[in-house]
Design a protein around this ligand. Structure first.
Ligand code: SF4
Ligand code: SF4
Length: 283
């Protein structure tokens, strides 16, 4: 089972839900939790533990000055502005390169070869005997978040139960995280912004053919617009977490309500059960 926890916007409590589900499930079985929010990974804060680290590299062009005739083909081809051909040299801006490999193919002189460049890392730890945490980390100033996410997902490949915490929003990193997954939990809050962004996230899941259900977080009881939207779009509301002083007191310093408040471990296990059933409904 590959389950993604996502949200159309930041600050909805997506990572908190992912961490609570992972913790609650790990009380009875092996779980892999993958932090795909690679620009701002934070799941390690819920589960501090020593980690091993592997670098993530992507290929970038290197110009052979002896072969290059400065014809300009590569510069004209690169739509990301990563190459500038001057009259006596070619400038490469690696941080703009998306590693498409096209410049290597179009060079008539065979003057371009690819060399690996480190853009981030993936950290693996085992904070609990039954919980493995894999965190993708994109280096500051880098743009290739999907490459780091792919590597993090690869390390979790083959495990029977994997939870992915996606980046907020609906951009490429979220698509990369959702690819190949079985079902998706969309975390929202009962505000007009929450509804707007839930709508976008639900559209993305639908376009990718991934079954989704909704968690309403920090509910103040005025959830009617969200509930109506979910009803109209066949999105089951899987769980509602109230806006509650006791919950905030646990969560604000980084605690897990599944661990610290009675009854919540069972509720997060039930959330997982319902989310798993979404996949079965579709198939
Ligand atoms: S396409 Fe090849 S030969 Fe032409 S400028 Fe680029 S590296 Fe040089
Ligand atoms: S690999 Fe693609 S993105 Fe990178 S410099 Fe070459 S053409 Fe541009």
């Amino acid at each position: 089972m590959k389950l993604v926890v996502a949200s159309g916007k930041g600050g909805t409590g997506k990572s908190t839900v992912a961490a609570n589900v992972a913790y609650s499930l790990s009380r009875a079985r092996d779980v892999v939790l993958v932090d795909c929010d690679v620009e701002e990974p934070n799941l390690h804060l819920f589960f501090p533990a020593p980690a091993t680290e592997v670098p993530v590299t992507t290929p970038v062009p290197e110009i052979d000055a002896d072969r290059c005739t400065f014809c300009g083909e590569c510069g004209r081809f690169c739509r990301y502005g990563a190459l500038a051909v001057l009259k006596d040299r070619v400038l490469v801006f690696p941080e703009l390169c998306h590693s498409c490999g096209g410049c290597t193919l179009v060079c008539p002189q065979g003057a371009i070869r690819e060399t690996p460049r480190t853009i981030g890392s993936v950290r693996c730890s085992r904070p609990l005997p039954t919980l493995t945490l894999i965190s993708g980390v994109l280096n500051e100033g880098e743009v290739q978040a999907p490459a780091v996410i792919r590597k993090a997902k690869l390390l979790a490949e083959g495990h029977p139960l994997v939870l992915y915490d996606a980046s907020p929003g609906i951009a490429c990193p979220v698509i990369e995280t959702l690819e190949g997954c079985d079902a998706c939990i969309l975390v929202t809050e009962s505000t007009p912004f929450g509804l707007h962004d839930l709508r976008l996230a639900a559209e993305v899941a639908e376009k990718l053919g991934i079954s989704a259900g909704v968690v309403i977080n920090r509910s103040d009881g005025r959830d009617d617009p969200i509930v109506a939207f979910c009803r109209d779009h066949d999105l089951p509301v899987l769980m509602t977490i109230p806006f509650d002083r006791q919950i905030a007191a646990v969560q604000n310093p980084g605690g897990l309500i599944g661990r610290e408040l009675p009854g919540w471990e069972e509720r997060f296990v039930e959330l997982f059960r319902k989310a798993s059933a979404l996949q079965e409904v579709r198939s």
